[in-house]
Write a protein of this length. Structure first.
Length: 452
């Protein structure tokens, strides 16, 4: 796995004239086109001509003393569920190949372009974002940069977004996160991923999975990189993250649910991280959070994802069920059995659950847990049987999905030792605590020393 440049270093190089947007974009496109690389599986569409034109425009503006933002001229990838005007949004599917083209860009695409980002292409994903594994039977599955010869999953659903960053095809990948789809691939690929409070970033023009749970955010090299792009996506002025003294922070580690099923590598990395934090003066409080025990029962009928995906897909399934990934459509069909009463009960149960959970965590600065309890499994092992696929999918989605149900915000930062399998540490909080979580995450990142 290569050492990746930061947004700050690349922006500084552009400003100093040590490189150009055209050179950065040509390098990214070269990596995408490399037949020995993952580009064909990472991207469902490459904007080579448009990207080079945008890069040249950025260079011209900079030469005239004009810079649209701190990301002006930097190569970026977008997940294949964001609308681009004049194109059909496929969301990793075959079903939508003949669907109408989008009439305008998604809101986040507009914001990226206005900031001067050079969009190099659309990235592959789990079909319709409905899995945390990243496996796509239609367009192939990008291989995890770790242990590539054994073809391990990248995590999903923002699979291509993560590998586009890990392989230097983009500085940042913009993805979506309904139950961990940004944080899971970030964790499994050794990157940083940020799921913001959903309401901060508009979802207009993003093909939905669950409108109650979807959130949009970045996968990048570091917390600072994610914070820069989070500000762009939320249309906020970027405010440098304040320094955080880890000494005295109260950090809660739930002892129920989220530690179940950890493999040895994740357990070792997680415990080593807690030990370092404790050594830095942070107060690590291990305790049960009773509300976590109730989530399984609350979502037993399929939850928001089944109900809301069925609403969106029901006409497409009637017309073209056989064109779906069978492992995706089977989950969508669970929503068909939910009644209006079931959904209304779910809405109220979520309100009550959030209130109880927020009360339980109110005295803590953040929650800590493994982002994913296992390191990346092999693609062939998960593809072999439905039993293995669905069991592993549920395990990998479990921890990050808690924060989506909470309507909270969360980072995944690398916490593994150099040369070992990537492991993510999740740092999470309640809704609208985004800047605090990012600031704590940056301090944790420095302490762990996992970003060069």
């Amino acid at each position: 796995m290569q050492v990746l440049p930061s947004i700050a270093s690349q922006a500084a190089a552009l400003q100093a004239g040590h490189t150009s947007s055209q050179a950065l974009t040509e390098a990214a496109l070269s990596r995408i086109a490399d037949p020995a690389g993952e580009g064909a599986r990472v991207f469902t569409k490459v904007y080579a001509e448009q990207a080079l034109a945008a890069a040249r425009a950025s260079d011209t503006l900079r030469a005239a003393g004009l810079q649209r933002s701190c990301i002006d001229g930097l190569p970026v990838s977008i997940k294949d569920l964001f609308d681009v005007a004049g194109e059909t949004t496929l969301a990793g599917s075959r079903v939508l190949c003949n669907a109408p083209a989008a009439s305008e860009h998604a809101a986040v695409v507009k914001r990226l372009l206005a900031a001067g980002a050079v969009i190099v292409g659309r990235t592959n994903m789990t079909e319709f974002a409905y899995s945390g594994l990243g496996i796509n039977p239609h367009y192939g599955t990008p291989r995890n940069p770790w242990d590539r010869e054994n073809s391990r999953i990248p995590g999903g659903s923002s699979s291509g977004a993560a590998v586009s960053v890990s392989d230097g095809m983009a500085l940042v990948g913009i993805g979506s996160d309904t139950g961990g789809s940004i944080r899971i691939p970030a964790a499994l690929c050794g990157l940083t991923g940020f799921k913001p409070t959903a309401r901060r970033v508009p979802a207009k023009g993003a093909l939905p999975l669950s409108t109650h749970l979807d959130s949009l955010g970045p996968i990048a090299k570091s917390v600072h990189c994610c914070a820069l792009f989070d500000a762009i996506l939320a249309d906020e002025d970027f405010v440098p993250l304040p320094p955080v003294d880890l000494a005295g922070l109260r950090l809660a580690v739930p002892t129920n649910v989220v530690l179940d099923g950890m493999d040895e590598q994740v357990a070792n990395a997680f415990r080593a991280s807690l030990s370092k934090l404790s050594g830095a003066g942070a107060r690590i409080i291990e305790r049960e959070l009773p509300s976590f025990n109730r989530l399984g029962e609350i979502n037993a009928k399929g939850g928001f994802t089944a109900a809301e995906s069925w609403t969106w897909h029901r006409e497409w399934i009637e017309r073209a069920k056989d064109d779906y990934d069978p492992r995706v459509v089977s989950r969508i069909l669970r929503g068909k059995e939910m009644t209006a009463a079931d959904f209304i009960e779910l809405l109220q149960a979520r309100v009550d659950w959030i209130a109880a959970t927020e009360a339980d965590i109110a005295t803590f600065d953040a929650l800590l847990m493994p982002t994913v309890p296992v390191v990346a499994p092999r693609i062939d092992e998960l593809s072999a049987t439905d039993e293995c696929y669905f069991k592993t999918n549920a395990l990998i989605l479990r921890n990050p999905a808690i924060i989506n149900f909470l309507d909270g915000c969360a980072l995944s930062v690398p916490c593994h030792a150099p040369g070992t399998a990537p492991v993510g540490l999740m740092i999470a909080g309640a809704a609208l605590n985004d800047q605090r979580i990012l600031a704590i995450g940056q301090a944790v990142e420095v302490l762990l020393g996992t970003v060069a």
